[in-house]
Ligand binder design. Structure first.
Ligand code: SER
Length: 324
């Protein structure tokens, strides 16, 4: 069946790349990108949507006869701590709007991203399982844990086919992250290529689960393509990419930039990171829909550096200026 897809949060780190992949998969005319602001030079259909406005989502869904919604708008872990109540309000209100509009309009499939931020004290730090205790310490993590349960509720109560992944930190050259605790892992490559010193806001030995953008996007598409009867988890699936620390990244980067300089200046984000898992057990995703990551740290590093070098060569020194 043909899909007509709405992406909410299409200008974000993941949203921008996912939109391009969905355009490739379903055709440009069948993907409606949306965000708070128009994206300059965007090729395709774009609608301004403030996802806190349910009527506006409804309007766009009706206008284009949308059949799938990918809801990627949220305030992330570090930024969320500046304004906890606003973060809770925005993350939950936008999710409820998407779930309600989807229920009312009989949307076929909904994608809701969750995060490793749902874990906290009480869950094992190594090989954290899908069913490990959820005890998030950030408002972002609390909103994702609650969101997962609401996703499951809409599935159980209304039969809405909501699917979800708990993303590790996402690393990509196509876009910039914003407001996350894992953002350093993108920034570090930009500094390396620009041959600038990197100031790391986490301690050098802070191991976190990460995933390369290509893997993160492929996981999303594979989950959404999986036969409905294979989906045994209606809260959210753990997926693993590869785990490493800032020090391990630096070692890898120095193979290509031997003079790369780093200083460690941990801030409040260290505390957030120290409560998150170091590695993820994604065996349920593997069993249910065949998930398998491809990129290790070496492959991530060589691809990031090669692609960023190409981008910086074309002129702009502003990373925000070269989405995609
Ligand atoms: N990358 C996100 C963050 O750091 C985790 O979902 O907030």
């Amino acid at each position: 069946m043909e899909a007509i897809v709405l992406v909410i949060g299409a200008n974000g780190q993941l949203g921008s790349v996912l939109t391009a992949s969905l355009q490739h998969k379903f055709g440009k005319d069948n993907v409606i990108a949306s965000d708070l602001k128009y994206r300059e030079n965007f090729k395709g259909i774009f609608e301004i949507i403030d996802a806190t406005d349910r009527d506006r989502i409804q309007e766009v869904v009706v206008k284009y006869k949308i059949t799938q919604i990918y809801h990627l708008a949220a305030i992330l872990s570090a930024k969320g701590e500046e304004t906890p109540l606003k973060t809770w309000d925005l993350n939950m209100r936008t999710l409820f709007n998407v779930l309600e509009v989807s229920r009312i309009n009989n949307i076929n499939k909904v994608f809701f991203p969750s995060s490793i931020a749902v874990f906290g004290e009480g869950a094992p730090l190594d090989q954290t399982s899908n069913t490990a205790y959820l005890n998030p310490a950030t408002v972002y993590g609390i909103s994702k844990a609650a969101g997962e349960n609401w996703a499951q509720y809409y599935f159980l109560k209304y039969g809405l086919d909501v699917r979800s992944i708990r993303y590790p930190g996402v690393i990509g050259y196509q876009s910039m992250p914003g407001g996350g605790t894992t953002d350093y892992a993108v920034d570090i490559y930009h500094k390396a290529v620009l041959e600038e010193e990197f100031s790391c806001f986490l301690k050098e030995n802070t191991t976190l689960p990460m995933i390369f953008m290509e893997d993160a996007i492929r996981a999303t598409l594979e989950l959404m393509d999986a036969p409905k009867e294979n989906i045994t988890i209606r809260t959210s699936y753990n997926i693993a990419g590869i785990s490493f620390s800032p020090a391990e990244m630096v070692t890898e980067i120095r193979k290509l930039y031997p003079d790369f300089k780093v200083k460690y200046e941990p801030d409040f984000r260290q505390e957030i990171a120290s409560r998150w898992p170091k590695s993820i057990d994604d065996s349920v995703a593997e069993e249910d829909w065949g998930w398998q990551a491809e990129f290790d740290l070496e492959a991530i590093t060589s691809t990031m550096i090669q692609k960023l070098k190409e981008k910086y060569k074309t002129g702009s020194k502003n990373p925000e200026a070269f989405i995609l």
